[in-house]
Design a binder for this molecule. Structure first.
Ligand code: ZN
Length: 611
């Protein structure tokens, strides 16, 4: 039961679990070939000890202390995890002749370091298979750190992934990638200095590594619950869980070791239904449903459950309880949000009103270190009802700058608003202080006192946040107010990701960049012959819209011959590189120049806390 300010600090079982089976803590620093640091867990673990300072929420401090534990851990006989080597965990299953790697982290460098730590203790066993539990980059980006494309092509290594894996892996990082990347800089706090007054971690893991992101196409696609594979003598039974934490995701059970892998659907936090960096909203109803199915299919036989974040849970009874409480958490948020929205409450109202049952709240793993009750409830409202709350006073509001100008004027001018914000700040009403100072920032972004006061407000909001990503958001905003825009620290659209674009996805990615008004009067028709793929596309720009038709025999003013390497260059907007990679053209050359002249790539430095 809760024992301190409503938090169950007396329950210390997680410390035992997070340290259980430790073989070797390994080296906290991972570097790339150039010698640059791409991962430094020591920058967290060095200060995350003892009681929480006044600048951190005690519950987040506790979680961060647990998550910062790093090293090689034995999960059960023949199953190991490397934790604290990236945002995610890498799990290793020992087979008859080699090993199966589950989820090779974000970067090739961290994945290679994690594998080396394992091999130091367990010998030079070859990797015979990689399993990707789902389509998020922290579960596949390091694949080329553990296996090579050549060995996969030669059939020495299987790459096993759920149906839809590649499509979703790419779509997430390319279509809205620039905006998500910029916002991820806030959410994961990559630009924050680390320490009791800065970044403590993101609740799910410490932060994201900054090495080389890679991708290899799966050789085995899992499509059906109950599907079984035997890989290197290891039996695996799969359960599909699409549309949960990721659009393509799966759980699986190892009957011979009585071990269950829950991908990222049951971890030691309330997860995100809508991540703060932005994404398509997730479905808590099917999420809860797949947890129920996993309990029914596997939990009663399992001795250990592990996931690709956080530490495992051992003991059949504990596993059933853990999964049941996680299930109840998502189901409760879903059902209660629907109940209340049918009473006429809107997202922000439900977020304030909803209370978790005390029995759920008394478990550490239901707390919102990564997702939060507040933003998840708004996400559920959004999923069912959209952005509009039905009140036409809010149907056609002025955008932030126009609204800000009018609010500031109505409240007596900039200085009066700042004075009022200071009174609210001193009285502890940080939410109101942030709201009115936001209006000042969008009216008069150069107002030094407003800027510095808002930075102080965000800092206090960050220090008080139990949620790791909320803390990062607030402290990142304070950092930008004090020292300027830090841009996008980690970009995920690597060459390896872009190289996996299908021609259709490439054309979609180009269409997204067409500056509509500039292209209103353009009328282009370009044939793209793709000799390496044996196909062609007729791409047109008309009415400011780029569309395409495969293998069309309609005429085109220009014909491009585009080898695969040139296609990749074009996808990243580099016409010169495309030419040196074999791009050739016949016909009206001005068509290509016109197309490129209306493309507007995303801006990774766009403003967030000022206009
Ligand atoms: Zn993850």
């Amino acid at each position: 039961m809760p024992d301190q300010d409503g938090f169950p600090f007396g329950d210390t079982a997680d410390f035992e679990a997070a340290g259980r089976g430790l073989v070797d803590t390994g080296d906290p620093v991972v570097r790339n070939k150039a010698g640059e640091i791409v991962w430094d867990n020591g920058s967290y673990s060095s200060f995350l000890t003892g009681d929480a300072p006044a600048t951190a929420h005690p519950s987040l401090w506790r979680q961060s202390t647990l998550v910062a534990k790093q090293g090689l851990f034995e999960v059960t006989d023949g199953i190991y995890q490397v934790r604290g080597y990236d945002l995610s965990n890498m799990s290793i299953i020992e087979g008859d002749t080699g090993i199966i790697v589950i989820d090779p982290l974000i970067s090739a460098e961290t994945a290679a370091a994690a594998l080396a730590l394992y091999r130091k203790h367990r010998g030079e066993r070859p990797v015979v298979a990689v399993i990707h539990t789902h389509s998020h980059v922290d579960h596949f980006g390091g694949v080329k750190g553990v296996v090579s494309q050549e060995d996969v092509d030669a059939g020495k290594v299987q790459i096993i992934a759920p149906e839809g894996f590649v499509e979703h892996a790419i779509a997430e990082n390319v279509y809205a990638g620039t905006a998500m990347g910029r916002r991820a800089g806030y959410m994961y706090g990559a630009a924050l200095s680390r320490g009791p007054q800065g970044g403590l971690g993101a609740g799910l893991g410490q932060t994201t590594s900054t090495g080389t992101i890679t991708l290899i196409d799966p050789t085995v696609t899992i499509t059906t619950t109950g599907q079984e594979l035997t890989v290197d003598g290891v039996r695996i039974v799969f359960q599909m869980a699409p549309g949960t934490e990721a659009p393509a995701e799966m759980h699986f059970y190892f009957p011979d070791s009585r071990a269950l892998c829950m991908a990222e659907n049951a971890t030691h936090t309330l997860h995100n239904l809508l991540t703060l960096r932005g994404a398509l909203v997730r479905d808590p109803h099917v999420w809860a449903g797949y947890l129920t199915e996993a309990i029914e299919l596997f939990a009663g036989q399992a001795d250990v459950v592990f996931a690709s974040h956080h530490w495992p849970t051992w003991g059949t009874e504990n596993i059933v309880e853990f999964l049941s409480i996680q299930r109840d958490l998502y189901a409760y948020l879903h059902d209660q949000t629907l109940r209340m929205l049918n009473q006429g409450y809107t997202g922000p109202e439900i977020a304030e009103l909803i209370e978790l049952p005390p029995v759920l709240d008394a478990q550490w793993h239901t707390h919102g270190y990564y997702g939060s009750v507040s933003h998840n409830v708004k996400a559920i409202y959004q999923r069912y009802m959209g952005w509009y709350d039905g009140n036409p006073a809010r149907l056609w509001q002025h955008p932030p700058q126009e609204k800000a100008r009018r609010y500031v004027e109505a409240m007596g001018g900039t200085d009066a608003v700042v004075a009022q914000a200071r009174r609210s700040f001193e009285a502890g009403d940080l939410r109101w202080a942030a709201e009115v100072l936001d209006h000042v920032m969008f009216t008069d972004p150069g107002h030094a006192e407003a800027k510095s006061l808002l930075a102080d407000v965000f800092t206090q909001l960050g220090y008080g946040a139990e949620n790791g990503t909320w803390r990062c958001e607030f402290l990142s905003a304070a950092t930008e107010l004090r020292t300027g825009n830090f841009g996008t620290p980690t970009a995920t659209a690597s060459i390896d990701i872009v190289a996996h674009l299908s021609p259709e996805m490439l054309f979609d990615a180009l269409a997204i960049q067409v500056d509509g008004p500039k292209a209103w009067d353009l009328d282009l028709a370009i044939r793209w012959d793709l000799p390496d793929r044996g196909s062609s596309y007729r791409v047109t720009v008309h009415n400011g819209v780029l569309t395409y038709v495969k293998n069309s025999d309609k005429p085109a003013a220009l014909t491009l011959t585009v080898p695969s390497a040139a296609l990749i260059s074009l996808a990243v907007g580099d016409l010169e590189a495309a030419r040196s990679n074999g791009l050739s053209a016949s016909g009206d050359q001005s068509q290509l120049a016109s197309l490129f002249s209306v493309l507007q790539p995303g801006d990774p430095n766009f403003n967030i806390i000022e206009p």
